[in-house]
Design a protein around this ligand. Sequence first.
Ligand code: SAH
Length: 358
Amino acid sequence: MTDLKSMTPEELTAWCKAQGQPGFRGKQLFQWFHRGVSSVEEMTDLPKALRELILREEGFSAPIVERKQVSKLDGTIKYLWRLRDGNCIETVLMRYHHGNSVCISSQVGCAMGCAFCASTVGGRVRNLTAGELLDQVIFTQKDSGAPISNIVLMGIGEPLDNYENVRKFLTLVNHKDGINIGMRHISLSTCGLVPGIDRLAEEGLQLTLSVSLHAPDDETRSRLMPVNRAFGVDTLLAACRRYFEKTGRRISYEYAMIDGVNDTPRHGALLAQRLEGTVAHVNLIPLNYVEESPLKPSTRVAEFQKQLEKRGVTATVRRRLGSDIDASCGQLRRKAMAETARDGGKEGSSCGFSMGTD
Ligand code: SAH
C-alpha cells in the first residue's frame, strides 16, 4: 500500500513521476487531500488513469463519521471517526473567541496507562499515520464548516510515542500548499517521554509543548502515571528546562485536580517550589469524571490556583467545554467499545473490533 496522504507535495511529485505521470500532479493531489475529498472520483481534474492507479495502490481512504455529538452549551463537537481498518478515534472541535481549535488523537488507544484517563482502556492498538492525523483536521473542518486555526495534539494517545508520524504530520499541516497552520498555533501534549522531549527540542519548532505533570512529587505522580517510574519528576523538569533553553518557548504544565490525591496544600507548596523562577504556565483542569474510576474531581481548585499565584507561578483554570457530551479524552471511544462488546460485536457498531489484534 502506498500511503499517499502521508506524503509532502515534493514526495507526491516524485511518486507521480515514478508512475509515468507529470510531476505537477503531485501538488494537485496534495491540494485535493487538504480539501477533504471522500473518494478518488471527487478529484475531477486528475486523469482517469491516475485515479485508477491510486485505487489499485489502495493509496487513498477517508475517515467516516461513526458518531457525532454536538454540545448544546457551547457548540463543541465531538467526532468518533471510523478508519479504513475499522478502528475508531476521537477528534474534538472547540470554539473560542480567538478561533476554532481542533483536538486530535495521535494513536488508536494508548500504552501509557494513566490512572485517570479513559484512553488507556484496551492499551495501544496502533499508531496513526501522518495522513490520519491530518485527516482529523481536514474532515473536522469540512464536516463542521468551522475554519480551523489551532490544533492541539491532546486527544487519545501519546504523540511522542508516535514521533515519526507526528513529526511528518507537522510538516504536512504547516505546508504552504495545504491548510498551512502555523507552528505557533499548534500545541503538543506529552505525559513526559523525556527522549522525545529532547528530540523535539532539537527540531527547534515554534509549537507549544504541554507537559502533563499532575503531581510535583514522584510518589504521587508514579501512582497516577506509570511513565513516572521511567522518567521521574526531576528528570522531566530538567528536560523541560532544556526544551525552553533550546526553543525559547514557554512550557505549559497540565494539572488535573483530583480530590485528596494531588490537590492538598502540601502538593500546592511543592509544585510552586518546583516551578518558581521558571518560565512556565500551569493549566489546572478540574478532573473529568471517568466512569468506574474511584478518582473524584477536586473541590480545591480556586485555593490551589491562589497558592501558586502567590508564589509567582502563573496558573489558570481550564474552562470546561462540551461537558454535556463526554468531551474529554477517550470517553466516546470507550463508550462505543463497551456497546460493541455488549452487542456481541454485531454489524453496525464496528468500533474497536480490531482491539488487541495488531
Ligand atoms: N498523552 C498525552 C496527550 C493525551 S491526554 C498526554 O498525556 O499529555 C491530554 C490531557 O488530558 C493530558 O494532560 C491528560 O493527562 C488529560 N486527561 C486525561 N484524562 C483526564 C481526565 N479524566 N480529567 C482531566 N484531564 C484528563
